[in-house]
Design a protein around this ligand. Sequence first.
Ligand code: ADP
Length: 267
Amino acid sequence: MDRYLVKPGKPLNLNLWDPNDKSLFPISKKEGKKKLRELNQELEALQELLFAEGKHKVLIVLQAMDTGGKDGTIRHVFEGVNPQGVKVAGFKVPTSKELAHDYLWRVHKHTPGKGEIVIFNRSHYEDVLVVRVHNLVPEEIWSRRYEHIRAFEKTLAEEGTTILKFYLHINREEQKKRLQARLDEPHKNWKFSQGDLAERALWDQYQAAYEDALIKTSTDNAPWYIIPANRKWYRNLVVSTIIINKLKSLKMAYPEPEEGLEGIVIE
Ligand code: ADP
């Protein structure tokens, strides 16, 4: 899995990362979908263990360009997992109340408690992405945020949160196809807004902002993974596998049963 890991401090050029790569699972789409069903069961069991043990907190951050597949990833990777143990927090344009606070305020209160998995659908990274690209605050303000974010995530990690961050990497051609499909297929029309075209025109600026964010905030405690995401089935397999491997490495165990349970028969 390390091939998709952003190594802290190394230069990064997203153009050199192949969004069509499928080298980790060189299989067909059909086989990939079957494999994901197996992984879904494995994740379901691990999530139950995480909840039962009640010790670890898991935070998963999802970021992507528009149409990159954040919603689909959540739907498919967590299919079959008990909804009581997983929460999704989405971050849209901040409200006036949110804007009256520092940018981490709205985020911190959604971080996971013990036994919980929380998925961030967008996150505090918007504050160095859309905010930077659209000059919503001056550079002297956003440029300090990488350091805040590293410190924030370090705090969470040192207080017992396991953090995994995924950038779902598609290319411009794939976005074109996906946006066109939103126009051509009536049941997808609701997903299209004309604002998407203005954002698409800023592709290069967004990619540059992503490169900076990924390099500056991929740390041992809160690593970024760049997931090849042109193929949805492959993207799901890689994200699922990274989460499963991480959960396994936590060496979780069911709590000891109460004493004196042997021999109890329910009347
Ligand atoms: P999504 O694309 O995640 O399904 P929307 O289409 O409602 O959901 O998009 C949410 C919008 O909110 C995005 O355009 C995103 O850039 C914007 N947004 C999120 N966080 C911030 C922020 N901190 N400042 C400004 N805009 C933000």
